[in-house]
Design a protein around this ligand. Structure first.
Ligand SMILES: *[C@@H]1O[C@H](CO)[C@@H](O)[C@H](O)[C@H]1NC(C)=O
Ligand SMILES: *[C@@H]1O[C@H](CO)[C@@H](O)[C@H](O)[C@H]1NC(C)=O
Length: 215
């Protein structure tokens, strides 16, 4: 019994560790768009908005009031005009599996369909949000960046490899991070997994010892 509960604890620890991932969403790669515009994410995952072209931003929005920021919580990247050497990647940590709607508050980009969702539900859908965005009377920007971290694409290590597996729709290698990031991330991941395996073995050993002793 001791062995079983320890094993369960360690296995769920491994599962939690394996599940944390980085999800890349491209902004402005194809006009006024987020791509992919709908993703699912687990608690602890990091959403990475990669700003590719033209002036855009991303703000977490209120489902009930399209193109308006959330009144509590959420995030806002501030205006981003991508240029080489400047920060173009906005990272936000997902804290729950509740739906997160977001939009670009530049000009009429929200009304024009530059919206997206993380973890839509059957009645809180991107279609509904986009359709109320279309008729929103204004497109409102929060005052200043909050709720996330703005970094340079060259500081991103995780996105290239995780994107490949998590969002099949974004196949375009956008140069920002396609080749550079792999080895540090993999090294880190292997290290963590290695450590966990070692403790798994250690705990299994202790448990086996305890079991032997009990017999
Ligand atoms: C979504 O659907 C659920 C179950 O049908 C309901 O309880 C909930 O109030 C709905 N939410 C909205 C915003 O319509
Ligand atoms: C998650 O929590 C952090 C810290 O409170 C916050 O900065 C971030 O905006 C939250 N993420 C979302 C998606 O609201």
């Amino acid at each position: 019994m001791l062995f079983t509960s320890l094993k369960v604890a360690v296995l769920s620890l491994l599962a939690a560790n394996a599940a944390a991932k980085t999800i890349q969403i491209n902004a402005g790669g194809n006009g006024k768009d987020f791509s992919p515009s709908s993703v699912t994410a687990a608690k602890g995952d990091v959403i990475e908005f990669h700003f590719l072209k033209s002036l855009h931003n991303v703000a977490a929005g209120d489902f009930a009031k399209a193109c308006s920021p959330l009144t509590t919580g959420g995030f806002y990247s501030g205006f981003i005009q991508p240029k080489s050497g400047g920060p173009t990647v906005f990272q936000v940590t997902v804290n729950s599996t509740d739906p997160i709607f977001y939009y670009c508050s530049v000009g009429n980009h929200c009304q024009d369909g530059m919206v997206g969702v993380v973890n839509p539900t059957s009645n809180l859908t991107l279609d509904k949000y986009a359709s109320s965005a279309k008729s929103a009377s204004s497109n409102i920007s929060p005052d200043a960046l909050y709720g996330g971290k703005l970094i340079q694409a060259s500081d991103v290590t995780a996105s290239a490899s995780s994107t490949a597996s998590s969002s099949p729709s974004s196949t375009s290698g956008n140069g920002a991070s396609s080749t550079t990031g792999n080895s540090p991330t993999q090294t880190k991941a292997t290290g963590a997994a290695g450590q966990l395996s070692v403790s798994l073995l250690a705990i299994a050993g202790v448990a086996a010892g305890a079991a032997a002793f009990a017999m």
